[in-house]
Design a protein around this ligand. Structure first.
Ligand code: HEM
Length: 439
């Protein structure tokens, strides 16, 4: 069977952008700097002409040892849908959940406008802000991405359930498709990796580029929102696997094989993107994100036999093929029995249960994480930073996770320790801002 190229292709939703724009105004840079002011969100919103000109300074052109960005490494921030959802997964994620420190809806709007401007600039390989070479001012861009390629940076924004509490008068706007998650059997959810008024998924093929973006968004939010928790994640890099085959998780198995094809527009409209008529119209073209920090009991897994590992997933470790099959991408044969009459893919196998009889799908966009040692137990704190997207939590993630929590054999080796959900807005149009349809 032909291998599905699902990792390094580009979807049509977000055109790769060749544009590296230098300054293109009539005023000199120094004159413009004199005109610009400094100060959090105001800095990014103030004076379109000034901001527009100077924030267009490309990071590459202002670097002394610049690495030219190739056209392929820029993914436009603007579009019908937000980037970073059906975009082929990058090497790294830096995830940040924020809480508001304001109760003013006007502050929220200003933050979304400022974040949009900064995210669009960074995705285009430009420095953010107006003040980046004035010796008497703190630079508006922290500078650690200067000279680096854009690295397919994407920044995806979502609203947490708490945005719809009484603070902002948005309670009536909460979509029915976005309920609180129930407590699943065996959950051990810890507050330090859970919740948030806003979720920001930053992905890039370079960790420093991703960190830079989250750090600068955090600076811009000062006075309006603060970080609540963060998590970095990784997968094998494109340098280590230029063929772009399915990445392996930290249990050594190919992870992502059964994902729906992100190049299939119709499928994405059925599984991922909220459609007109699905409920809250401000979410049309958006998607609901679930984030679960799932710790792996690595030490226990490493002592289990290969056979035990393979029946846990219902797939072969080396090839990723379903048990009883040969090819990674062949369909799961859920009826097949061995000579003794036993199901070849056991009833408790993760693939079988998550397949949901082929009737329910989600788009998984998970990364591995490794966060040092658990000081209490001396064990490695590593696992899967599970992220998935869907149209409706009620009919997709919730029934699927209920089923997995109840009987998945994988539960012997994992524990869910963090949980958050975010309503990811539709994409912003140029000149608009993320969350505009809600506010
Ligand atoms: C540490 C936790 C997890 C690990 C290590 C893991 C690993 C895997 C692996 C190796 C596969 C088979 C290859 C593939 O199709 O990608 C798989 C399939 C799948 N997993 Fe997970 N998974 C985890 C948690 C979850 C969770 C929480 C969900 C959703 C609630 C989920 C949903 C799925 C789905 C939908 C499939 C594809 C099933 C199909 O073939 O239709 N997984 N997972």
């Amino acid at each position: 069977m032909k291998k599905k190229a699902h990792n390094r292709t580009n979807t049509t939703e977000h055109k790769i952008d060749a544009g590296s724009s230098g300054t293109h105004g009539k005023l000199s840079r120094r004159e413009l700097l004199k005109m610009a002011g400094v100060g959090g969100i105001g800095l990014l919103l103030g004076g379109t002409s000034v901001g527009g000109l100077l924030s267009a300074t490309s990071r590459e052109s202002s670097a002394t040892n610049s690495l030219p960005s190739s056209a392929e490494d820029k993914i436009s921030f603007y579009g019908t849908h937000q980037s970073g959802i059906t975009t082929p997964a990058q090497n790294f994620v830096c995830f940040g959940a924020f809480d508001f420190t304001t109760t003013s809806i006007e502050d929220v709007r200003k933050l979304f406008q400022a974040w949009t401007k900064a995210a669009a600039a960074m995705s285009a390989g430009q420095m953010i802000g107006d003040v980046n070479d004035n010796l008497n001012m703190p630079p508006s861009d922290t500078g650690e991405a200067v000279g680096l390629s854009t690295s397919r940076l994407t920044i995806t924004f979502g609203a947490g359930p708490a945005l719809f509490d009484n603070r902002f008068g948005l309670a009536s706007k909460r979509p029915a498709a976005f309920p609180d998650l129930p407590k699943f059997v065996a959950d051990d959810i810890q507050p330090q990796w859970s919740g948030g008024d806003l979720g920001v998924q930053v992905c890039a093929d370079d960790l420093q580029v991703a960190f830079h973006a989250l750090r600068n968004l955090t600076r811009i939010a000062r006075g309006t929102a603060v970080l609540r928790w963060t998590q970095d994640g990784f997968q094998r890099s494109s340098q280590a696997d230029p063929s772009g085959s399915t990445p392996r998780n930290l249990m050594g198995f190919k992870d992502g094989t059964g994902n729906p094809d992100t190049n299939d527009k119709q499928k994405m409209n059925e599984v991922v993107w909220v459609q007109p008529g699905n409920g809250a119209s401000w979410m049309d073209g958006g998607s609901y994100m679930v984030v679960r920090r799932i710790r792996m009991r690595i030490e226990v897994w490493d002592r289990s036999t290969l056979q035990d590992q393979e029946v846990t997933f219902g797939r072969y470790r080396t090839t990723g093929a379903p048990l009883g099959g040969k090819d990674e991408f062949e369909p799961l044969d859920l009826e097949k029995r061995d000579a003794a009459g036993e199901l070849v893919i056991p009833a408790t196998a993760h693939s079988r249960l998550a397949h949901m009889d082929g009737k329910v799908q989600i788009l998984r966009r998970a990364f591995s994480y490794s966060s040092g040692l658990d000081a209490k137990t001396g064990q490695i704190d590593a696992g899967l930073f599970f992220i998935c997207y869907q149209q409706d939590l009620r009919t997709q993630f919730i029934p699927m996770q209920k089923k997995l929590a109840a009987t998945d054999k994988l539960n012997e080796y994992i524990v869910h320790v963090g949980s958050a959900t975010f309503a990811c807005f539709p994409g912003a149009r140029e000149g608009g801002y993320i969350g505009e349809t809600l506010l």
